[in-house]
Design a protein around this ligand. Structure first.
Ligand SMILES: *Cc1c(COP(=O)(O)O)cnc(C)c1O
Length: 373
């Protein structure tokens, strides 16, 4: 079986975990946590970062930081992972779903302004497949209406919009290091704080609502309960694992991009014949090779292709089901039909893409796709 995903280990993970263990400090905010945060801040120009136990947790922190209250409205795409919405629903927000673009699952920036009401508090963008949303337009809308922008950059490590790292543009941003992402720690995430007004409070929320971080820095002489919060910080064992991955970021990215490009070049003839569409990287965006997907012409085609690949021991998978039609939200949804979101729910198919996918395996996948058509 060629799996859809296989977590890649660089070899240094267990060495660094051993280092963390022998150092005697394995709770959160230790040496490896600081090393990882420093890496991200330096490499991508993020103002301040905090490692979290998941992207979900980082999104929940963002929701607390912008003071989401019952009845607030948050605009986001419907074609996304549950956590993008859940983090704000947990604090009482109503989610206002916007449609995707016709040619890309990213939020259609031209649909956002029409959804803004006096209750709107934030816009959450998702850089699907690591491809940038149209951030200049979105930041201008936010500025005009006094809204916060949060980038769900879970899939977008090492990708750029007009030369700026994704995750460095919104007021806040979140990344994931779940084992299905480019850089992994099993479960793991990162909160990026670009707007300095959130910096001190983010540390407090991260450390259970206490000013513990400031205490250890020596900024205050005792620490206590100063705000709401939770335990959002990962153990240094997790950060040690992540650090090994970060050291190999370049190698991992080169490998993934090579696989992505091979798919693109070799499947191009199918697109020319109108049998399938290939991903369209937006003009102002780089491609971080997080994902290679096909947009099939119909749901039948997608089903047939999944079945054909499965019969040949290849695991290809579809992706999000429109959140506005989910069992949890369908009764609450009062907006318009989201035709592009629904279309991607029906016809988008993801192909295996991981570091250890060999040339032979990829040739087989491509051959079997051609065979189907
Ligand atoms: C993976 C993913 C998440 C969730 O990340 P976790 O680290 O598993 O919490 C959230 N949003 C998007 C767009 C994702 O792809």
């Amino acid at each position: 079986m060629i799996p859809f995903n296989k977590p890649y280990l660089t070899g240094k993970e267990t060495t660094y975990i051993e280092d963390a263990v022998t150092s005697g400090k394995i709770s959160g905010n230790g040496i490896f946590t600081k090393k990882c945060q420093f890496f991200f801040e330096k490499k991508y120009g993020f103002n301040k970062t905090l490692l979290t136990t998941s992207c979900t947790d980082a999104l929940e922190m963002a929701s607390i930081l912008i003071n989401i209250k019952a009845g607030d409205e948050v605009i986001m795409p419907s074609y996304t992972f549950v956590s993008t919405a859940n983090a704000f629903v947990l604090r009482g927000a109503n989610i206002i779903f916007a449609d995707s673009k016709e040619e890309h699952p990213n939020i259609d920036e031209t649909k956002i302004e029409g959804l803004i009401t006096p209750k709107t508090k934030a816009i959450v963008v998702v850089h699907y497949a690591g491809h940038a949303c149209e951030m200049d337009t979105i930041m201008a809308i936010a500025l005009k209406h006094n809204l916060f922008v949060i980038e769900d950059a879970a899939q977008a490590i090492d990708s750029f919009y007009k030369g700026k790292a994704l995750g460095s543009i919104g007021h806040l941003a979140t990344f994931s290091f779940h084992e299905t992402k480019n850089i992994i720690s099993g479960e793991g995430g990162l909160l990026v704080i670009n707007d300095e007004q959130f910096g001190d409070r983010a540390e407090i929320i991260w450390e259970k609502g206490t000013n513990r971080s400031a205490f250890f820095r020596g900024d205050v002489d005792k620490y206590g309960w100063v705000d709401v919060g939770s335990s959002f910080l990962p153990s240094d064992i997790i950060s040690a694992f992540l650090y090994a991955q970060l050291e190999n970021l370049l190698d991992i990215q080169q490998k993934r991009k090579a696989i992505w490009n091979t798919y693109y070049e070799q499947l191009k003839p199918l697109e020319k014949k109108g049998l399938v569409k290939l991903p369209k990287v937006p003009e102002n965006s780089t491609n971080n090779a997080h994902m290679f997907y096909l947009v099939c012409n119909s749901n039948e085609d997608r089903k047939g292709l999944i079945k054909h690949l499965k019969a040949n021991h290849i695991h290809a998978v579809f992706h999000y089901l429109s959140l506005h039609k989910s069992p949890f939200y369908i009764d609450k949804y009062e907006g318009e039909k989201l035709v592009n979101t629904d279309n991607f729910s029906e016809v988008l198919l993801r192909l295996p893409l991981y570091y250890e996918l060999s040339r032979n395996m990829q040739e087989k996948i491509i051959q079997k796709i051609n065979e189907y058509f």
